[in-house]
Design a binder for this molecule. Structure first.
Ligand SMILES: Cc1cc2nc3c(=O)[nH]c(=O)nc-3n(C[C@H](O)[C@H](O)[C@H](O)COP(=O)(O)O)c2cc1C
Length: 366
């Protein structure tokens, strides 16, 4: 797809090298149903299979390393057992004719010592403690004080992303999305509110964008850039009470332009405060899309009418839905028919087993 590209929400197309049956994507949704070793839930294959009519599934954020974990019961992609678990998922989605990419995640400072190996401090660009809470086996706790990554540790961190990307390939995914959003590690490097480094990874916009660009470059070497996307959230502060960057338009615009030069498949933007109003706040997402120059997936509190308009006008190549996909496995068909949507209770979002996960019926059996 080139930009701007006016299309129908239900028409097939391509995002990078990935053919999509329609322009409706499933946004990544952490459901906290993996085991403590990070092996995906035995119900995950069925869960994603049920949702395979989405043009593209962006599977839930998945830890690239043990140190990258910030929430109990989230899946990993750094060990053989993780690859085997995810291979079941990709097989099930492909059998249903769907496409699925994995979101590569390192939480940085949004973690707790109880989730880290030997109880060590989580790592971050700078030793600044996050607010908010993370889900631990001891309950919801404030993230622990992080330790600033040493310059010499950065190559090994990039290597962790590279291994995760390679594992995702082995697991049969169609591509990967690098998580640079929602206040996690790579966005902690990007924002001047969380990055106070004085080395080549801190200070100027170019320096703060360096790690995200190096990570994406490494991942693209494994996958080919046309199967790699990124997720950005220039206006989100919700997770970890993470303050905004002081010049979001310049910072994210620079990053988008540099990523665009790599020929990436998509930029997935959370327009506004994640789960808040769409595009509330002062940020020009059209300029972000233009700076990137490739396919653009729009997200955040979209409804049917907004999605139709976004794709028809060329604002977006795809629109992703998060919460609506929890209660509506056949969301695409419901949007097509203008059928009513089921609202999943928030209590079903995180944790548990099959209940609230694979028991939301499709339209025919409602
Ligand atoms: C239960 C839940 C889990 C989420 N997990 C992730 C995640 O793993 N990665 C991510 O980038 N965003 C995550 N998000 C944010 C969603 O992808 C999406 O941006 C947000 O829900 C807004 O889209 P919506 O209005 O269509 O739900 C999560 C949201 C919810 C409600």
């Amino acid at each position: 797809m080139t930009t701007p590209h006016k299309a129908d929400l239900f028409a097939p197309g391509h995002i990078g090298a990935i053919p999509v049956a329609n322009r409706i994507a499933m946004a990544p949704l952490t459901r906290s149903r993996a085991d403590m070793e990070g092996v995906p839930s035995p119900f995950a294959a069925e869960y994603y299979h049920q949702r395979a009519s989405a043009g593209l599934i962006v599977a839930e954020a998945t830890n690239i390393s043990r140190a990258g974990r910030g929430y109990a019961l989230t899946p990993g992609i750094y060990e053989g057992a993780h690859v085997a678990g995810w291979a079941e998922v990709t097989k099930a989605v492909h059998e249903a004719g769907g496409r699925i990419v994995l979101q590569l995640w390192h939480v940085g400072r949004i973690s707790h010592v109880s989730l880290q190996e030997k109880g060590v401090a989580p790592v971050a660009p700078s030793a600044i403690q996050a607010g908010g809470t993370v889900f631990t086996l001891e309950g919801m706790l404030q993230p622990s004080m992080p330790r600033a990554l040493a310059l010499e540790e950065i190559p090994a961190l990039i290597e962790d992303y590279r291994r995760a990307a390679r594992n995702a390939l082995k697991a049969g995914f169609d591509g990967v999305e690098v998580h640079i959003a929602n206040g996690y590690l790579l966005e902690q490097f990007l924002r001047d509110s969380t990055n106070k480094r004085t080395d080549r990874y801190g200070g100027s916009i170019q320096n703060r964008a360096r790690l995200p660009i190096e990570v994406v470059t490494a991942v693209a070497e494994i996958w080919g850039a046309d199967r790699v996307g990124v997720r950005l959230s220039p206006l989100s502060t919700a997770i970890g009470d993470t303050p905004l960057d002081s010049t979001p338009q310049a910072t994210y615009g620079y990053l988008a332009r540099e990523l665009g030069k790599l020929g990436l498949a998509w930029l997935h933007a959370i327009e506004g405060q994640t789960r808040g109003d769409n595009a509330a706040g002062a940020f020009d997402f059209k300029a972000l899309h233009a700076a990137f120059g490739g396919s653009y997936i729009a997200n955040n509190s979209y409804d049917r009418g907004m999605a139709l308009k976004a794709v028809a006008s060329g604002h977006a190549d795809m629109v992703s839905f998060g919460r609506p996909f929890i209660g509506n496995p056949d969301l695409v068909e419901r949007l097509r028919r203008e059928a009513p949507l089921t609202e999943a209770p928030a209590a079903a979002y995180y944790g548990g087993g099959a209940e609230g996960y694979i028991d939301f019926p499709a339209l025919e059996t409602v």
